[in-house]
Every structure is written in C-alpha cells, then in structure tokens.
Design a protein around this ligand. Structure first.
Ligand code: NAD
Ligand code: MG
Length: 389
C-alpha cells in the first residue's frame, strides 16, 4: 500500500528536501497535495514531476497562472485552488495519510492543526505553530492520538536519543551560532539581509536563516522542545557547536549522554521521521569524522544573542508570552529583510513588544489568534516609533 502525502510548503527548502526523499522511494509514497504561496515557477516543476491531485497557491493570481501553465503542459487533471481554506482542504483531503508541515511562520498553524484534528500522521517542521499554541496543539495531538514526528534536526535528534523518556536529567540543544558568532559586536548593527541569510552550515529559507543569525531560532526551538517532550525550561539547555555535526543530546541521571550525529542535511531527519520506526535511505553521504573538522563547543553569549534570552523569558512567563514573542519576531524579521530596521533592531522590537503586550494564557485558538494579531500591531507600532526617520 502506498502512503498518500500532503506537503504544506512544498516549494520551500524543507518541502523540496521532502520531495527529494520521496523520489528515492518509488512505489512507497503517493504525492496527493502540494501547497505553495506565490512562486509559480517553483510549483510548476514540482507538479509536472510528482502529479499531485491538488496544488494550492495561497495567492489567487499565482493559482490562476499555475492553472494556465499546467493546461499548457496538458496537465488539466491537477486541481489548482487558492486561499487559506484550500490549505486546510489539502491537509485533510481523502487519500492524505500523512502531512509534512513545512510552511514557514504562523501561517502554518491552521492547516497543521486541521491535519491533527483529522487524525493524520504529522511530520512537524513548522516550529512556529508550537511556539504560538503549544498547549492547545499538543492537547489535540493527544485527543486524536496523532503520530507527531519532529523534523527540526535538534528535536529529531532528541527523539532518536530519548528512548522511553525515563531518567532524563536534561536535553542539550546544539546551535551553530550562525554567521555572526565571532563578529565584533559593533558591526552587528550594519549587517545586511544577504549576510544574515548566508548560514555557514545549512541552506534554508530566509526567515529561519535570519532567526539562526539572531539565535531566535534556538529560542523558538527551546519552546518547541518544551511542548514536544514535556520538559520544564530548566531541563533544556543550549550549547554552541559551530560544526553542526552533533544535532543534539540527551543527558541521563547516571551521567550518560546520548547524541545523534550526521552531516548537516535535512534529508536525514526527514527520512528518519518518514520511515520511523524503520529506517530508509535519504541520499545523505556518510559522516567522515577522521577527515572532518574538529568538533568545538562553547556557551552561548546572551549579550551577543539577546533573542535567545527573550525566548527563555517568554517560556517562563507562559503560553501567551510565547505567542507574542513569535508574532513580534515574524514582524521584526520581515522589517529587517525589507531593510526597514537594522539587524540589532530585531531583538529590540521583540523585547519592547513583550513589555507592551499582556501575556494572558490563551484558552482557545481564537484567543491565540487574538494575541498574535495584537502583538503584530504592537510590533509594527514599535518599528514606526523607533525606526522611521
Ligand atoms: P522556506 O521559506 O524555504 O519555505 C516556506 C514555505 O512556506 C514555502 O513553500 C512557501 O510557499 C510557504 N509559505 C510562506 N508563506 C506562506 C503563507 N503565508 N501561507 C502559506 N504558505 C506560505 O522555509 P523553510 O526553510 O523550508 O522552513 C519551513 C519551516 O520549517 C519553518 O517553520 C522553519 O522554521 C522549519 N525548519 C526549516 C529547516 C530548514 O533547514 N530549512 C530546519 C528546521 C526547521
Ligand atoms: Mg533546528
């Protein structure tokens, strides 16, 4: 029996890596639905190669162009839809057994949650949905007895090292430290989007690349780990490991530390999750420790990376503060990519938004979305007041 898969965010870095893994296992998977946002030139070849039943472009104009282009190639049988509702339809449609949740940002929450409520198996790359709504999300996972497998390389590593979860002292999330780990602090204000997106070890989308450069990515991952593995904040630590060979570790009460290692290539966690509890080929080359660089470690410097401290602070404050942190960060990163604020302004906008927004614990999805909206408005206000000249 083939397994029907929907890939939310198929045109992105995780989406394309997932399709690469799928292509290595003909006869194992059926690509039922693919979703993208605006980039028709990236969706068209995916549709021509994988023949989904449904292709979604969130943008209506992009959907019209895709429909036209597919017709020109004689592929009228692929249904093309647009809008947020179509994302939900894609992740819950008949024939979809499994969903790769790889949309970036808060936009991933509703379609991923819909997949959970429909009882689909979910591969989770979209960490923002746990940062926004971890409590509600995990409650639905439990209620619907959903198999939820982590794709984020650190969380996939922890999952691989965790066994039955007994006797854990703490988990150690590794972090590369991004491109600016050793830059003089006074140069950080002048960082350009291109410099921030040039990650030393991983090729990723622009938002997560900027998050890696500020280390907000690690902060979001601390919150993600809290919800995925039910761990208190003081049992989650962060260690800088610039080579990105050890993807994370679990320390046990007896002093044992288990680590998962591999070349930095997202096809490993993707193939691990999609084959679990078995194993399958991913196309990733063997790790050569003798010829590779020496493995180094250091403590993160919260003065250089204030976003990491802000994320720990938000986690301590409660679920509402995490939703505020996530929304403010998305707004600030977008403003940085549009060269409206400096790189160092990202942490400032997030900090000021956390100070201005109430951090009540959201009891419903509507409450989460209300907090998200309020935090976005506040972050935009902070940007206008502080940075527009
Ligand atoms: P990306 O920018 O390369 O791709 C994002 C995808 O989301 C694209 O398909 C895009 O069309 C879609 N998208 C963007 N905005 C949308 C919207 N408003 N509505 C619907 N779809 C939208 O990002 P990525 O690097 O593939 O990351 C995707 C997710 O996976 C992020 O949450 C990221 O944190 C997480 N992640 C990525 C990596 C990685 O190596 N790239 C590693 C770990 C976790
Ligand atoms: Mg990660």
């Amino acid at each position: 029996m083939t397994r029907g898969i929907c890939i939310l965010g198929a045109t992105g870095s995780i989406g394309q890596n997932t399709l690469d893994v799928v292509s290595r296992h003909p006869g194992e998977f059926r690509v039922v639905a693919l979703t993208g946002s605006t980039r028709v030139e990236e969706m068209l070849p995916l549709c021509l190669r994988h023949h989904p039943e449904l292709a979604v472009m969130v943008d209506a104009g992009a959907a019209a162009k895709l429909r036209e282009a597919l017709a020109a190639h004689g592929h009228n049988h692929i249904l093309v839809e647009s809008g947020m509702e179509a994302l939900v339809a894609a992740s819950t449609m008949p024939g979809v057994d499994e969903v790769m949740a790889a949309i970036v940002g808060a936009a991933g929450l509703l379609p991923t949650l819909a997949a959970v409520k429909a009882g689909r198996k979910v591969y989770l790359a979209n960490k923002e949905c746990l940062v926004m709504a971890g409590g509600l999300f995990m409650e639905e996972v439990r209620r619907n007895q959903v198999i939820l497998l982590p794709i984020d390389s650190e969380h996939n590593a922890i999952f691989q090292c965790l066994g039955d979860g007994q006797g854990v002292r703490r988990i150690i999330l590794t972090a590369s430290g991004g491109p600016f780990r050793q830059w003089p602090l006074e140069r950080l204000a002048g960082v350009t989007p291109e410099q921030a997106c040039a990650h030393p070890n991983w090729v990723m989308g622009r938002k997560i690349s900027v998050d890696s450069a500020t280390m907000m990515n690690k902060g979001l991952e601390v919150i993600e780990a809290h919800w995925l593995f039910s761990l208190a904040p003081d049992r989650i630590s962060v260690l800088i490991h610039p080579q990105s060979i050890i993807h994370s570790m679990v320390e046990y009460l007896d002093g044992s530390v288990l680590a998962q290692l591999g070349n930095p290539d997202m096809r490993t966690p993707i193939a691990h999750a999609m084959a679990w509890p078995m194993r399958m080929e991913s196309g990733v080359s063997s790790l050569n420790l003798a010829q590779g660089p020496a493995l180094q470690f250091e403590e993160p410097d919260l003065g250089r990376f204030p976003c990491l401290g802000l994320a720990f602070q938000a986690l301590e404050q409660g679920a509402g503060a995490s939703a505020v942190l996530n929304a403010a960060n998305e707004v600030a990163v977008q403003a940085f990519l549009e060269v409206r604020i400096p790189f160092t302004g990202i942490a400032r906008v997030v900090e000021e938004t956390l100070e201005h927004c109430q951090s009540r614990v959201p009891e419903s999805l509507e409450a989460v979305l209300a907090i998200d909206g309020e935090a976005r408005r506040t972050a935009q206000d902070r940007i206008r007041q502080t940075f527009s000249s």
